[in-house]
Design a binder for this molecule. Structure first.
Ligand SMILES: Cc1ncc(C[n+]2csc(CCOP(=O)(O)OP(=O)(O)O)c2C)c(N)n1
Ligand code: SF4
Length: 250
């Protein structure tokens, strides 16, 4: 009988601790498939975040170097510069990359570090109980914006991906969404492209992924995917924000 579905070889046979409907599980799977398909398992290091994905080393059977909250791109820079033949990627939440880790991330991108950042935007601090993040939508209720985020009190959602796309060292910057199976497939293509950009030594690459957090959004899994498409994608438009390989060819 033909086998048509199995766990990626680079992933351990461990059940995820993520809540039902959480996007981290889907993204882990996509990364695992790509590590297998691109034959990267022996030559790739993941820098996981502080956040709900802090235990990612329990799931990936590859080298992992944990970073303090927000410091992923700084740790990844050190790994890559010490051994330029390694593939290095960070896995960061919106709190990690666009609050405490803003400086490390922007400067790594601006320096054109040859690393890849996978940025999981679920619009809240998931791990710590659903506090407001820089990416929380206007009107969205969180434990620290119980009346709904207002621009006057809490400011506007921060679009760090747009900021990074402006930087000369950034080579490939894309935003994807997990809202439908087709969009999940498109997300995988963007991650692949970002890793290829690193392999080719072109510059910093980043993929932001709009991802559901049903637990802290206080909805069920199906409602969370609808919120992704109806609300998150309107605030954070998916697409390729920068691809210097295309502009070079043009
Ligand atoms: C230096 C430091 N400050 C604060 C924390 C507490 N903390 C852990 S995870 C987290 C935020 C996580 O949110 P996010 O990065 O969006 O990831 P998610 O859990 O939503 O995937 C915070 C503030 C910490 N671990 N270290
Ligand atoms: S709290 Fe949110 S981000 Fe964290 S595991 Fe649960 S659904 Fe996922």
């Amino acid at each position: 009988m033909e086998k048509i579905f199995s766990r990626p070889a680079c992933m351990k046979p461990a059940p995820f601790h993520y809540c039902p409907g959480c996007g981290h599980s889907i993204i882990h799977r996509l990364i695992g498939e790509l590590i297998d398909e691109m034959n990267l398992r022996e030559n790739i290091v993941c820098v996981p975040p502080c956040g709900c994905a802090v235990l990612a080393y329990d799931y990936f059977d590859i080298d992992m170097v944990e970073a303090a909250h927000g410091r992923g791109c700084a740790v990844a820079t050190g790994l890559k510069r010490a051994n330029p033949s390694l593939m290095v990627f960070t896995y960061q939440g919106d709190g990690d990359i666009s609050a405490i880790g803003t400086a490390e991330t922007l400067h790594a991108a601006n320096r054109g570090e040859l690393i890849t950042s996978i940025f999981v935007n679920n619009a809240v601090y998931g791990m710590t109980g659903g506090q407001m993040a820089p990416t929380t939508i206007l009107g969205q209720k969180t434990t620290t914006s119980p009346a709904g985020r207002s621009a006057r009190v809490e400011g506007y959602p921060l679009k760090i991906t747009e900021l990074i796309a402006q930087l000369d060292g950034a080579a490939y910057v894309a935003r994807n969404s997990l809202a439908t199976p087709a969009k999940v497939n498109a997300t995988k293509k963007s991650i692949k492209k970002a890793l290829e950009i690193q392999q080719q030594g072109i510059g910093f690459s980043l993929v932001e992924i709009l991802s559901p957090c049903p637990t802290n959004w206080k909805v069920n899994a199906l409602e969370a995917f609808k919120y992704l498409e109806d609300v998150m994608e309107k605030e954070f438009n998916p697409g390729v924000l920068k691809d210097i390989t295309k502009s070079r060819k043009a």
